[in-house]
Design a protein around this ligand. Structure first.
Ligand code: HEC
Ligand code: HEC
Ligand code: HEC
Ligand code: HEC
Length: 505
């Protein structure tokens, strides 16, 4: 019964989605149409459920067939194929997958070994495809040949019918496995239709540019550098991925990104040619950043470089007494120098964050050597971050201080009102932010359940922090970097002005 309910919920969901899509097309809106109806589940946001009604079951698909016909959501199956535990918002199983020990060439361990794609490949060809050599080689077979099998047979192979070690029924429920089977039988394609042997796309870059601007720009930015898939010292933007792993690119563009509300080309009814075209265009994008990662280091450097904050308080902390925080907070650059970069001369001049320490706006006239000197204790031995920040991180911070910080007084007034146009900001909010934060900004809670903090709350309480995070990005999260979206400070002011109109509680 539970599955029946879920299935019809799914079908209704798909129908709603379809009508949303048609409605979107009729309105001729350039914004991606798969949201918010798509509402893919994330760890924090379980999919909305609707009460199914007996009468709304579709009749077209229920023609009697000799075998039981599966029904479900193949696009969701594609996300599960990529990373089912991320998509389901649960931890990976302990240890290695039981079949892992039957191979020795792929030396990964733990969570990776449980991902379908790790054994069967992004091109679905296993040992006969891209994973036939290199560090991902396992020697396991592909699944492309399963696409022509009846759905129930594929489902059975996920329940251990061919090999008891290939039984996922304890880990996922039947609808999950059904969606996976439908992904294989209904949507798999042979990527060699879209990509040449040398990894270049068989598509029209010019047509792809239009599609990219309609959908992808809103999160990945005009040059593809608004979301970094790599680290601060090894950047990987969407263009580099398209060149390096076109099969992964194709999979993720068609199905979306597990755990994130990235639109799916299949849901948006793109053809394979459309996918090839957007890939051809993406392959022309450079891997040059439009913003340094210094702003995120300034926010919370250990999240950016990996690891945790040093133990105890920063040695400079004892030279002040007004700010009574301790531990981790005392190591954040922002805690001493402020979100407005003005230290004691700005918002942190009073209130619980007051330390009396100076700001860093004036430091923009220092040379890179002097800034790095200050950060490695050459001016004050207690202001020494060299144990944790490598040369690359120090350089990013120097770039941030010299070239990127600016006085926000031109957009944020002392009483926290904004010199910006909320109507302009609303369009940006809908195009980009609403995917993750929801139309009302309440989909993600930055506070606690007792003391919730939403987009609207933060925009009113701390517009300087809001500005910093939207302009430079959120440490450790693939949130688009406003500066790499090509936005000016004034455009961000518009966004904050709109965000201040959203519910604060
Ligand atoms: C640790 C590696 C590994 C993982 C993870 C894995 N598989 Fe497999 N899969 C195999 C191997 C090996 C076989 C061949 C099994 C056999 O029948 O002996 C196989 C067989 C299959 C088959 C049947 C192919 C055929 O033609 O008989 C399908 C379909 C399949 N896997 C899908 C999946 C899906 C979907 C997932 C993710 C939920 C997954 N696999 C996860 C290793 C893996
Ligand atoms: C709603 C915002 C959003 C939109 C619109 C969007 N993406 Fe994404 N994309 C993301 C997020 C978030 C990630 C996950 C990054 C991560 O996990 O670090 C991602 C990841 C990806 C990845 C996988 C990177 C990796 O290594 O895992 C590819 C490829 C990609 N996007 C391409 C595109 C293309 C092409 C488009 C347009 C068709 C697009 N995206 C539209 C948000 C978006
Ligand atoms: C615990 C508080 C504290 C933290 C954390 C902190 N600073 Fe400082 N910072 C200071 C103080 C105090 C000074 C003045 C030091 C001196 O010269 O005696 C200073 C000086 C500076 C200067 C030199 C300014 C000038 O005009 O000479 C720069 C640049 C700077 N900090 C940047 C940073 C960055 C970047 C971080 C994060 C990696 C950081 N600070 C973390 C307290 C802090
Ligand atoms: C791809 C998803 C995604 C998109 C798109 C996105 N964000 Fe975020 N945002 C996040 C995540 C995840 C967090 C971290 C939430 C947390 O820490 O609980 C976050 C955090 C924030 C924060 C900081 C909250 C805090 O107190 O730390 C602000 C401000 C914010 N987002 C504003 C925006 C605005 C404005 C936009 C549109 C320009 C936007 N975001 C677009 C995912 C996204």
């Amino acid at each position: 019964m539970k599955n029946l309910v879920r299935t019809s919920t799914m079908v209704i969901g798909l129908m709603l989605l379809l009508s949303a899509l048609l409605y979107g097309c009729a309105q001729n809106t350039p914004a991606p149409t798969a949201e918010p109806a798509q509402a893919q589940p994330t760890a924090t946001n379980p999919p909305p459920t609707q009460a199914p009604t007996a009468t709304s079951a579709p009749t077209a698909t229920t023609a009697p067939t000799p075998e039981p016909k599966l029904s479900g959501d193949p696009v969701r199956g594609g996300l599960l194929y990529d990373n089912w535990f991320a998509e389901l918002g649960m931890p990976a199983p302990e240890g290695d997958h039981p079949l892992w020990k039957t191979q020795t060439s792929n030396t990964r361990s733990g969570p990776d070994t449980w991902r379908c794609k790790e054994c069967h490949g992004w091109d679905y060809k296993g040992v006969d495809g891209a994973y036939g050599s290199g560090s991902h080689r396992t020697g396991f077979m592909g699944i492309l040949q399963s696409a022509s099998k009846p759905g129930w047979e594929v489902l059975a192979s996920l329940q251990g019918s061919t090999n008891p070690d290939h039984d996922f029924s304890e880990l996922m429920d039947e609808q999950d496995l059904t969606d996976l089977a439908l992904f294989i039988t209904d949507t798999l394609l042979d990527a060699s239709e879209l990509v040449n042997e040398d990894k270049t796309a068989k598509g029209e870059a010019a047509a792809g540019e239009d599609l990219y601007i309609q959908v992808c720009t809103h999160c990945h930015g005009p040059q593809g550098s608004a979301i970094n898939f790599g680290s601060y010292d090894e950047l990987e933007f969407v263009g580099a991925l398209a060149l390096d792993n076109p099969w992964e690119f194709i999979h993720k563009v068609r199905y979306g990104q597990a755990g994130w509300p990235m639109p799916s080309a299949i849901r948006n009814e793109w053809s394979s040619e459309d996918v090839a075209a957007v890939m051809a265009y993406a392959q022309t994008l450079s891997n040059e950043p439009m913003a340094s990662f210094g702003g995120q280091l300034y926010d919370k450097w250990w999240t950016v470089v990996g690891g945790s904050a040093p133990n105890g308080d920063n040695p400079l902390w004892s030279t002040q007494t007004t700010n009574t925080r301790s531990g981790e907070d005392t190591w954040r650059c922002k805690e001493c120098h402020g979100w407005d970069y003005k230290g004691v001369d700005g918002a942190y001049g009073s209130g619980s964050h007051r330390t009396g320490f100076k700001g860093i706006l004036a430091a923009s006239s220092m040379s890179a050597e002097e800034i790095i000197g200050a950060l490695t204790g050459q001016k004050n031995p207690d202001h020494d971050f060299s144990e944790w920040l490598d040369e690359a991180a120090l350089n990013e911070l120097a770039t941030f201080i010299q070239e990127e910080i600016a006085d926000t007084a031109s957009i944020i007034n002392a009483d926290k009102t904004i010199a910006g146009d909320p109507t302009q900001g609303e369009q940006k909010y809908i195009n980009t932010c609403a995917y993750c934060h929801g139309d009302d900004g309440k989909k993600l809670n930055f506070g606690s359940s007792d003391e919730p903090e939403y987009i609207g709350t933060l925009a009113l309480d701390n517009p300087w922090e809001f500005f910093h995070k939207v302009y430079f990005g959120q440490p450790g999260q693939p949130m688009p970097i406003g500066k790499a979206m090509g936005w000016t400070m004034e455009e961000i002011a518009d966004l904050i002005a709109f965000a201040q109109t959203l519910p604060a509680e």
